[in-house]
Design a protein around this ligand. Structure first.
Ligand SMILES: Nc1ncnc2c1ncn2[C@@H]1O[C@H](COP(=O)(O)OP(=O)(O)OP(=O)(O)O)[C@@H](O)[C@H]1O
Length: 792
């Protein structure tokens, strides 16, 4: 039976809940576990539970909604706020990490300690690299690395694995002695060596970056704070009285530990989980934890949601086929659902990756142009980042607007940032060369600069030249914007002017000099000199800003960016869309991220100079989490991994690149240092090869299930069959082949290739018209393209 309820003080109209949803929302048990397959309304129930608690008299500020990621927390915050509009205070909606961090920050503020901050991924990498370099240089006794690892020690891949191992250890509350002990017990010498790094990493971070927390430390540190400080615990329990944990299947050991400490006898808790949908397994999420916590806190039988609100029958049937392949955690009752009829599942087999991309673009364009589905209601899910770049290019080329991906290169290597940093370097050199000094770079921080400055002072009448390679690099960068032809013309023009003036410098020397020349003098040159004028203007602006008292990395970079005059043209290109628009979008994001990094640096280390910031950025080998947190764009198709797709939904979802060996990817992870095995040992999961493989297979299938269950109406699964690539078994699970049709040994031949329809783009239509116009057989009436297939 469906019931509607509306409390006087609540905002947006409540939805009609189904019977189980309503019971779960109405239940007043202290602790409740709700299980539900994808799309059964868990997140919606989470919001309603908060609304119901508020209606029962719990103050909104005493409610806490927890989500596994920052994005999910932000989305839930919006929904809860809309639902409770009209109340004077708001519930907290946080990621697990943010909750831990908030507790630490509050405690620090009360004690009068400096505000803690999170170490970014790139910073963690720098700390590790410095540590490893220190061992190599003999500054500290080297850990006893096994011989077969020694070759790898200096590589970025090794650091990534080491970081992963340390994070897992910390998340599981393992300290260095315990990690060493485990390594000795289980004959894993790499863990013994890593234990020493763990101890040193901890010490170094505490010393060199006071108040800085490694993200993996946060949850453990917050739990320890609450355990050690009864006042902090009492304060937290007094504030947080009603806790809703959405996507509780993504809880890690560390998050569960914090919850175990935080939740007291008076705290009411709601856990909402789907054990088949864990996608953060690689970060240590364990689908069993939600059930364990619920029973520890004395919850009764779980509520099992029974109606699929998102997926109609066809989609649900495919999802069911997939979920039965996943080992059941806590029973399988939640897999049987009622639903509405309808939905479409299609499987497409293509002959090559390029053809697959073209096919996907066609599906999206048709859905948008002919089906009227908004771009933002369309998504493509791929297993890993490797497949996204070519697909993104192909989609953009076919006129499909695709959301900008998160950073894949360190900030310093972003094409838009690199030339700015080069100009900054040149500007500082020039300023120092002519005796100008920035207030920030006093002798104590920039001693080397001071030396160079005194050497050069007075010796510099002419502007100093830079190398020709650097000049060319700058001129052809997004900042200069010159192409090869313009560059050639510019060289000729410079030579001509030089000969006229009676000089003898060659074009290389002239280019180098021009970049650091007075831009006003370059005005005499023709339009081909616009790139060099811009670069010279930027360098001069940097040099002047650097000489100002109180100059910081932020002020100097800002002056340079202003002088470039690029903000407006890039913005216009970004708005115009297409491949060039996407590039401009990305470049603008990178510049914003650069300013973000500079502002953070200046805030954190006000006494450090501009040059130090440059070094700081240059030593970062790892991309940041994302350039900037972007609001989802209304006009773009999402191209995401399963982890980024979790919790979201679209009208149509294409699951692309479903290849054998790619999805499921059955390689055991963390193989070099065995971080997965560490987690297996700690969870008591099987440690034999077979058991580990089964665990990986289930994790992969969970990711596929999440991808498949994001659509409300239509799913298209695509793969390639060629000499090099075979489709994944998932294709047959989603769309079983008709086994009656042939004898077993030719089964794979049964799935026919899919025809790729002609692309629905203007260039394709024009090409078609041209072909038919120039064909000798064409009569005037046959040279047309049917209007129905025209875009727009
Ligand atoms: N009672 C209901 N009436 C109408 N629509 C509903 C109801 N419950 C859920 N929905 C809709 O079903 C869709 C899925 O809901 P929701 O995202 O809350 O499910 P979920 O179980 O959290 O999904 P997932 O675990 O896959 O993220 C949403 O569009 C939601 O608005």
């Amino acid at each position: 039976m469906l019931r509607m309820r509306r409390a006087a003080e609540l905002g947006a109209a409540p939805p009609l809940l189904d019977e189980v949803q309503q019971r779960a929302v109405d239940a007043t048990d202290p602790v409740l576990l709700v299980r539900g397959a994808p799309g059964t309304g868990k997140s919606l129930v989470a919001v309603e539970m908060v609304a119901a608690a508020v209606a029962r008299g719990v103050a909104p500020e005493h409610c806490l909604v927890l989500s596994p990621t920052r994005q999910a927390a932000a989305a839930l915050r919006d929904r809860v706020t809309a639902r409770l509009a009209g109340t004077t205070s708001e519930p907290l909606s946080r990621s697990h990490q943010a909750l831990g961090f908030g507790l630490l920050r509050q405690a620090a503020a009360l004690r009068g300690d400096p505000t803690p901050r999170l170490l970014s991924g790139p910073e963690q990498d720098v700390v590790l690299r410095e540590l490893l370099a220190g061992y190599a240089a003999g500054d500290a006794p080297s850990p006893p690395w096994p011989v077969d690892l020694r070759e790898a020690l200096g590589t970025r891949g090794f650091r990534a694995e080491l970081r992963d191992l340390l994070m897992r250890a910390v998340e599981w509350g393992l300290d260095a002695p315990r990690l060493r002990e485990l390594g000795e017990q289980l004959d894993r010498p790499a863990w013994v060596a890593a234990a020493q790094v763990l101890a040193d990493y901890d010490g170094v971070t505490a010393l060199s970056r006071p108040g800085a927390y490694d993200p993996a430390w946060i949850l453990g540190a917050a739990a320890e704070l609450l355990q050690d400080d009864p006042e902090a615990l009492a304060r937290a329990r007094d504030t947080i009285r009603f806790v809703v944990v959405d996507e509780a299947h993504e809880l890690t050991f560390a998050a569960a530990r914090l919850l175990r400490t935080l939740v007291g006898p008076q705290t009411q808790v709601r856990l909402l989980a789907d054990p088949d949908s864990t996608v953060q397994g690689f970060r240590g999420a364990d689908p069993r934890l939600a059930g364990q916590l619920a029973s520890e806190w004395g919850a009764g039988e779980p509520f099992v949601l029974t109606h699929s609100h998102r997926q109609p029958a066809e989609l649900r049937a495919a999802a069911e086929q997939v979920s039965t392949r996943i080992g059941a955690v806590g029973g399988a009752a939640h897999r049987e659902l009622s639903t509405r009829p309808g939905g479409r599942v299609e499987v497409a087999l293509l002959r090559a990756v390029a053809q697959e991309a073209q096919f996907v673009a066609g599906v999206l364009r048709r859905a948008h142009l002919l089906g009227g589905v908004a771009w933002s209601d369309l998504a493509v899910v791929v297993r890993g980042r490797g497949r996204t770049a070519p697909l993104r290019r192909a989609l953009a080329a076919a006129g499909v607007p695709v959301a900008t991906p998160p950073a894949s290169v360190p900030l310093r290597d972003e094409p838009a940032v690199r030339p700015l940093l080069m100009c900054l370097d040149v500007a500082i050199d020039l300023a120092l060369g002519s005796g100008e000094r920035a207030a920030g770079d006093d002798a104590s921080v920039a001693g080397d600069d001071a030396d160079r400055a005194s050497l050069r002072a007075g010796a510099e009448e002419e502007p100093r030249a830079i190398s020709a390679e650097l000049a060319v690099d700058l001129l052809t960068s997004p900042l200069g914007g010159a192409d090869a032809v313009t560059l050639r013309r510019l060289r000729r023009e410079l030579r001509r002017a030089e000969i006229e003036a009676g000089g003898e410098r060659n074009s290389d020397e002239l280019l180098s000099a021009a970049v650091v020349d007075d831009p006003d003098r370059l005005r005499l040159l023709g339009p081909e000199a616009s790139a060099v004028r811009r670069v010279a203007t930027v360098v001069r602006a940097g040099r002047e800003a650097y000489a100002q008292p109180g100059a910081t990395a932020e002020t100097v970079l800002w002056a340079m960016w202003q002088a470039s005059g690029l903000a407006e043209p890039w913005e216009q290109r970004a708005l115009a869309g297409g491949v060039s628009g996407e590039r401009a979008d990305r470049d603008l994001d990178a510049v914003v991220a650069l300013f973000g990094a500079a502002a953070a640096y200046v805030d954190r280390l006000p006494a450090h100079g501009v040059r130090d910031f440059l070094e700081h950025l240059r030593s970062q080998d790892v991309p940041g989490d994302s350039l900037v947190a972007r609001a989802p764009d209304d006009e773009q198709v999402a191209l995401v991994t399963p982890a980024a797709a979790a919790g979201r939904e679209w009208h149509t979802v294409v699951v692309a690149g479903v290849q054998d060996g790619v999805w499921p990817d059955l390689r055991l992870r963390g193989s070099l240092l065995g971080s997965e095995q560490l987690v297996d040992v700690l969870t008591g999961r099987g440690s034999t090869y077979r058991e580990a493989q089964a665990a990986v297979r289930h994790d992969e299938t969970r990711q596929f299930l999440v991808a498949l269950t994001r659509a409300r109406e239509r799913v298209v699964v695509t793969a390639v069959r060629s000499e090099d690539e075979q489709p994944s078994v998932y294709l047959d699970i989603v769309d079983p082949l008709d086994q009656q049709a042939d004898s077993d040994d030719h089964l794979e031949l049964l799935r026919p290739f899919t025809d790729v329809p002609r692309p629905m783009t203007l260039p394709a239509a024009v090409a078609d018209l041209r072909r038919s116009l120039t064909s000798p057989e064409t009569t005037p009436s046959s040279a047309s393209v049917p209007p129905a297939t025209w875009p727009g």
